[in-house]
Ligand binder design. Structure first.
Ligand SMILES: Cc1cc2nc3c(=O)[nH]c(=O)nc-3n(C[C@H](O)[C@H](O)[C@H](O)COP(=O)(O)O)c2cc1C
Length: 208
């Protein structure tokens, strides 16, 4: 598949998992792609934990459900009704969670390029996630990013030490198909907007 086609096909996946986890060699390729990502000072600050234990998956699903309800309680009227129709995770259905963490200590204190921007380490982890997501798409796998959780809960669940920050829970698995349209658009939560490029200086929406 052409890279641009993969980017266009990539979709956040929730309801389409078949319950079949990725084959071991495919998962290895996908995680290998994540590990090819660029990183500030070659710090490679990503940590991956694969979770398959049904009890651990269920514990995370229950926590996410609580957080889904917290968000739902903050909504009124049409927003509440629309959100109620949206599935926000496929944790049990996918059967595999890939937890991605950020470890700022992998390259020591002097990380080339991070002295002025501490977040550059976090950016690097997100690039690894995007590599993983695109490679999974090329392998016809689904990926669903779940962020309805408290970081302390996920840290404890997978045993990250205090200095490792949980960045994502990714549901990864075989899918019946990848939807053509993102769920948030399909259910009327929010549409994608057009590309906007500013020339020379930023112009606020509505004009200077
Ligand atoms: C940082 C991040 C966190 C996200 N968290 C969730 C989530 O908790 N639940 C969910 O259903 N989708 C989540 N998503 C997926 C987005 O809703 C999705 O990417 C967006 O609607 C666009 O759809 P697409 O990825 O299919 O193009 C997350 C995506 C990102 C990048």
């Amino acid at each position: 598949m052409d890279l641009y086609d993969v980017m266009a096909r990539r979709r956040d996946t929730r309801a389409e998992f078949t319950g079949r986890p990725p084959r071991a060699e495919v998962l290895e390729r996908v995680l290998g792609a994540a590990h090819l990502a660029p990183s500030v000072g070659t710090s490679q600050p990503w940590v991956f934990v694969t979770v398959r234990d049904p009890d651990r998956l269920a514990a995370f699903r229950d926590h996410v459900e609580t957080e889904r309800q917290v968000f739902a309680a903050s909504l009124d009227g049409e927003r509440a009704e629309t959100f109620a129709r949206i599935k926000v995770e496929g944790i049990l259905e996918s059967g595999l969670g890939v937890v991605v963490g950020y470890d700022p200590t992998t390259a020591g204190e002097q990380v080339l390029g991070r002295h002025a921007i501490a977040d550059a380490g976090l950016y690097s982890v997100c690039l690894a996630i995007q590599n993983l997501w695109l490679a999974a798409t090329a392998e016809d796998l689904g990926v669903g990013w779940v962020s309805f959780y408290r970081e302390e809960f996920l840290r404890d669940l997978v045993g990250f030490p205090a200095h490792v920050r949980p960045v994502a829970w990714l549901c990864v698995g075989e899918v019946a198909h990848l939807p053509a349209v993102p769920d948030l658009e399909r259910f009327g939560w929010r549409d994608r907007g057009p590309l906007v490029v500013h020339e020379e200086t930023y112009v606020p929406a509505g004009g200077a």
